[in-house]
Design a binder for this molecule. Sequence first.
Ligand SMILES: C[S@@+](CC[C@H](N)C(=O)[O-])C[C@H]1O[C@@H](n2cnc3c(N)ncnc32)[C@H](O)[C@@H]1O
Length: 325
Amino acid sequence: MKDTYYNMDCIAGAKAHIPDGVVDLVITDPPFAIEGDQLHRLYNRKEEHVVEGYVEVSRENYRDFSFRWMEQAKRVLKDTGCMYIVSGWTNLLDILLAIEHNGLEVINHIIWKYSFGVSTKNKFVTSHYHILYCKKSGCDVKFNPYCRFGAAEKDQEGSSMLYCDLEDVWVIGREYKKGRIRNKNELPVELLKKMILYSSEEGDLVCDFFLGSFSSAKVARSLGRYSTGFEINESAYLQQVGHISNIERGWMLAGLRSNEGNPHFNQRKRWTKEEMGSVVERYHNIKRTGVTDRQAYAILSQEFGRGYFSMMNIIKKSKSARSPY
Ligand SMILES: C[S@@+](CC[C@H](N)C(=O)[O-])C[C@H]1O[C@@H](n2cnc3c(N)ncnc32)[C@H](O)[C@@H]1O
């Protein structure tokens, strides 16, 4: 399932191929039920550069469809996993109802502000999408607050770069690459990078129920993650599936900006067996002092300069596998 992609309906596909609770992060950008297969009539772009066969969902079926794909997305998520759902405003109500119906909790309602380049004469120009950042109710999810900026970093005006990056309005431009074959509504790399860095770690599994141009899978691989997902449109699937394995896993990690002041100073370094062994040994020593597991993970995180959830995973793995380290 890791790095395997399926040319099929995501609901049937998830049931057939993805077991319960194995996915660390779902990033997904479903069709919006706004006649997305006809949008070229409104947009100023050359259709010969757009992959054919975009599959839209009818307005009448959208609520039921949203309820059903989200049920599967929740099932495949780990308890520590989270989900980013990109939605337009037109049928946002159905997405919000599906979140509630499936017992998911919205952590943040993010506004992604971009510039569309479409002119209007008698109304305002739509220039945002909604991103519902959700988790399973009552669960603690992975979140790496210092993955991009350190606590002490300031911009030229003296404002905290970390604070700005953590705000729930994201201003990220769309990518218009002249002459390149692309999927309708391809998400920008910067947007995907932000979600993946904040909400997963190297080696994690990212799942996209609506792959389109495989943009999420490509960025996940470039950041050292694994991915899986579904695309029902055969042309889009065949156009992209062969390219993924040509991407060197983790090549983007080296180019990430430094984040001075990050207490998780080792976060981006690869784990060695020796380091894992030291974490497990230290955990047992700390536990002898009578602290809870949560307190122990927090201490380990501070001492080893890595995230709380990395610590928890190493300890859980060492217990379940009775591993040698
Ligand atoms: C908004 S686009 C996703 C674009 C993608 N995020 C990207 O960056 O290229 C939605 C995609 O879902 C696909 N799709 C529609 N219904 C589907 C289904 N039931 N299962 C899987 N894919 C589906 C469409 O063909 C389309 O490519």
